[in-house]
Design a protein around this ligand. Structure first.
Ligand code: C2E
Ligand code: MG
Ligand code: MG
Length: 868
């Protein structure tokens, strides 16, 4: 009764699983059958009822099915068919042995007892049959892998079942026992051990709870030693055989039994060996599997199995490392859902083909989305194992080849792109131009812009290549900004770029783009600590029938060259005659080199007149080239070419020497000319050259003229260039004692602040201001201001290009002291200059009867003749 209460209490534990609670409820009900049956029996004997089958037997017998059900509910079910078959055989051996014992020991005696009613016999047999059930349930509970959450309690209950079986077997069913309990109490003593075990089991389960005890969490397959139970049963079966055979003993029977025993022993040994062998094979397979699993897991490839439709049936764990997917999340999904939409069709076709070719292996590449959502380039080797029953699918061995794909893309990009700026390179640009020219669906205008930076070399030389590269990158960015997305922008090499414009409305649109690009290049570039003005010259060539890409490029290149020669930062449209011009220029350059060696240059001197004293005060040395075939050339025809060819310095040096030498000669030959100065034009490059000051000093020393008789004319633009260095240089020159004039003043940009600091003596007012004086209402205002500025700064002013007598009065009114121009004299050869200077000026020039209508005085005509 106590055990029953304990089991029922266990069944009421709230945190137990329902199956568990049901098992303990059944056990509790089973245990309570004993006290209830005993109670009925006592009640019957008190009532004086005759012994025989009654309700008490029914209640007592109910113990067996209830206990059986409780035990099986607590056990766990076999997992595989093999397991249940093996369990069935083992339990079968025990139960059969038990059955044979029960037959001989209990059932046969009951059946052979005379004078018992059928009901009585049935009740008596029911008990051993129930015991057989107990044996079955207990031995299967023990032999089977126990349920971890009821391991100990179940073991105790099973032992109690065996105890009940053995006690009934050894001592026969209670009603058969002769002499009652008093004569033989041992069955009762043995049987009362069972309720103690029940109590213990119920309590144990209650304290342990339905969770497996921590120590038993590890997988413990069996109760220790129970593996022996079937063998014990077999031995017991033999013992029974010997026992049954004993009354009929003979040598023959003994030999027969011994042989049977030996054969059985051999079979058992044989079975043990088979088990050992299986275990060995299993262990070997486990090692192999573990090795294989680790290979699959640690492989840098991902192994997957897909069916014909692309459903993933297996994905190796390495997928989490390689592609950041969880393998479980992928199994069952479709492979195509992971692929780039552009690759799905080809991948589908590939897998379909592979599915039709069992045993074949082939590879394909595609883009696959990884767990982070990024696209990866993958290469997949596919083996078709569609007919292999262990696989029944396509095995994909996939690896990430993104790095390789990136490298390939990079190499391709390099082959067609400029690595520095990322723009199309020359070969790609050429191909694209060729393609554009061949397209016959063209509408509108196609043009090629050839662009060359104006001051790239200066940046590269002064700031270094790193900043040069930086500049090129910035230029590329500005070019892209100034063009449309559909225009092709290319770096042809060095500082040369090209733009291909297609489908523009008309030619004006092209020049708009050219203007925009020129504007973008004119903005200062920030390079390192400084800002640089770089600028670009642009040549434009329009496509027309029959032109190849090479032709178009060459035409635009020629136009660019012309634009550069016209002054930097401009654009020019290609004209067919430009080719000729270019050829001429090249020829001229060649001639010019020879001219320096052959000394084909000569100097003319244009008189500078003092408007107050009406005397010639000096002459400006002006360069002429006596060209062998083209005659006498003016500076504008060759100075630019000379500068580009780097010949201006040697020419300038010779001019300096020649002019000072000429002055010295005049002074020797005509002492009256002692007051005459000579002005020499100095090119910017020459002025900035390292040796310039020394050269001037040498020229002065060689000619031995008084230094103040030498005037150096430097244009406004040149003198304002590198102001710090200029100031230094000017100071050095001034230290020699000569004078400095700013030529063409007013045509460029002058910082008046610098002008004040520069030791400059003379301002030469550009011809354009003089021309304006007679044409415009307020035309004199600017010239007047320049003269006033000169006076403020303590400089003399010389009016250049005076052609009209009307200018003279105006200049005098402004207090401009000096002038030069065709009105007085053109540039003259040295002898003519000397004559002119010595003759003095025609007073009529200054005091004409009326300025109106006078274009040139008679003196002028005379000297013109001299110049000619
Ligand atoms: P520039 O220094 O301003 O010289 C004055 C130019 O104006 C000379 O042209 C002269 O012939 C011209 N001219 C003078 N009076 C008149 C006039 O009344 N009307 C007109 N229309 N023109 C007049 P040229 O000799 O052709 O020289 C042109 C430029 O060439 C010079 O301008 C000067 O900048 C440069 N140049 C001349 N000789 C040399 C030289 O030896 N070295 C350097 N570096 N440059 C020189
Ligand atoms: Mg000059
Ligand atoms: Mg001038």
């Amino acid at each position: 009764a106590v055990a029953a209460v304990a089991a029922l209490a266990t069944s009421r534990m709230r945190d137990f699983a329902p199956r568990f609670r049901r098992a303990w409820l059944l056990a509790g009900l089973a245990f309570s059958c004993y006290p209830l049956g005993a109670g009925f029996e006592v009640a019957a004997s008190v009532a004086g009822r005759a012994p025989g089958p009654d309700w008490s037997d029914a209640v007592t017998l109910a113990f067996y099915p209830l206990f059986f059900a409780g035990l099986t509910s607590l056990s766990s079910a076999p997992r595989t068919r093999y397991e249940s078959a093996r369990l069935g055989l083992d339990v079968g051996m025990i139960v059969l042995t038990g059955a044979s014992f029960l037959w001989h020991g209990v059932i046969a005696p009951i059946l052979t007892t005379p004078g018992t009613s059928d009901l009585e016999t049935l009740v008596r047999i029911a008990q051993p049959v129930g015991n057989l059930g107990l044996l079955f349930a207990s031995s299967s509970a023990l032999l089977h892998r126990p349920n971890p959450s009821s391991r100990r309690p179940l073991g105790l209950l099973a032992i109690s079942g065996l105890l009940l079986f053995v006690s009934d077997l050894l001592f026969g069913p209670a009603p058969l026992r002769q002499g009652g309990v008093e004569a033989n109490p041992w069955p009762e003593v043995a049987a009362s051990g069972a309720p103690l075990l029940w109590l213990l089991a119920a309590q144990w389960q209650r304290f342990q709870g339905s969770e497996p005890a921590p120590a038993q969490r590890r997988h413990e397959p069996h109760y220790a030693g129970v593996g022996m139970l079937p063998s014990l049963a077999l031995a017991a079966g033999f013992a029974m055989l010997v026992h049954v055979a004993a009354p009929h003993w003979s040598l023959e029977l003994g030999v027969e039994i011994a042989t049977l025993f030996l054969i059985t022993a051999v079979v058992i040994v044989r079975q043990v060996l088979a088990v050992r062998e299986t275990e060995h094979l299993l262990a070997e397979r486990a090692v192999r599997e573990a090795r294989f699993r680790s290979m699959v897991q640690h492989s840098s490839d991902v192994i997957a199995i897909v069916d014909r439709r692309g459903t993933l049936r297996f994905v190796s764990p390495s997928v989490s490392r390689v592609f950041r997917w969880q393998p479980d999340a992928l199994v069952g999904t479709n492979l195509f859902a992971l692929l780039h939409p552009d690759d799905v069709a080809s991948a589908r076709a590939f897998l379909r083909t592979m599915a039709q070719q069992p045993g074949e292996t082939d590879a394909f590449t595609c883009r696959l989305r990884d767990g982070d959502g990024a696209w990866r380039h993958v290469e997949s080797a596919c083996t078709s194992l569609i007919e292999d029953p262990t696989v029944e699918g396509l095995v994909l061995n996939t690896r990430d080849v993104s790095d390789r794909a990136r490298l390939e893309a990079e190499l391709t990009r390099r082959a067609f792109n400029d690595p520095l700026t990322g723009l199309a390179n020359r070969s790609r640009f050429h191909a694209m131009t060729e393609q554009a020219l061949r397209r016959n669906t063209r509408t509108g205008v196609t043009a090629l812009l050839y662009l060359d930076l104006d001051n790239f070399k200066t940046v590269n030389d002064t700031l270094g290549h790193q900043h040069g590269d930086h500049l090129l990158v910035e230029v590329a960015a500005r070019l892209l900004n100034a063009t449309r997305g559909c225009d092709t922008v290319s770096r042809l090499g060095g500082d040369e770029f090209a733009v291909l414009l297609e489908d523009l409305r008309d030619r004006d649109d092209v020049t708009v783009v050219a203007d925009r690009i020129a504007g973008a290049m004119a903005r200062p570039f920030h390079l390192g600590p400084a800002e640089f003005l770089v600028g670009a010259s642009i040549g434009i060539a329009f496509e027309h029938d029959g032109l190849s890409a090479d032709d178009l490029l060459r035409d635009a290149d020629v136009a660019m060259y012309v634009a550069k020669r016209q002054g930097k930062g401009r654009w020019a449209v290609f004209q067919p005659e430009m080719h000729r011009q270019l050829r001429d220029t090249v020829q001229l350059e060649a001639d010019l080199r020879g001219a320096v060696e052959r000394d084909e240059f000569l100097l003319l001197f244009q008189p500078v007149v003092n408007l107050v004293t009406r005397r010639v005060v000096g002459g400006e040395a002006l360069l002429r080239w006596r060209h062998p075939t083209r005659g006498l050339l003016l500076p504008e025809a060759f100075i630019g070419v000379a500068r580009d060819a780097g010949l201006l310095e040697p020419i300038g040096r010779s001019v300096l020497l020649r002019a000072t030498d000429q002055l010295a000669r005049w002074r020797r030959e005509h002492p009256e000319m002692a007051g005459i100065s000579v002005a020499v034009n100095i090119g910017g490059r020459h002025f900035q050259s390292q040796w310039f000051v020394q050269e001037v000093a040498a020229a002065l020393a060689a000619s031995r003229i008084p230094p103040e008789r030498l005037v150096l004319e430097i244009t406004e633009d040149d003198i304002m260039r590198d102001t710090t260095a200029t100031l230094e240089r000017l100071t050095a020159l001034k230290a020699l004692g000569l004078r400095v004039a700013i030529d063409d003043f007013g045509t460029g940009y002058s910082s008046l602040a610098y002008l004040q600091r520069f030791p400059v003596d003379i301002l030469k007012i550009d011809k354009s201001f003089i021309d304006q004086m007679t044409f415009e209402d307020h035309g004199q205002a600017l010239a007047r201001m320049i003269v006033a500025l000169g006076q403020t700064l303590g400089m003399r002013t010389v009016a250049e290009g005076v052609e009209q007598p009307a200018h003279l009065g105006m200049l005098r009114d402004m207090d401009c002291q000096y002038a030069q121009g065709y009105l007085f004299a053109p540039p003259l050869p040295p002898e003519a200059f000397a004559r002119y200077a010595l003759a003095g000026l025609n007073d009529d020039l200054f005091d004409p009867p009326s300025f109106a209508g006078v274009t040139a005085g008679p003196a002028l005509r005379v000297v013109h003749g001299a110049a000619a």
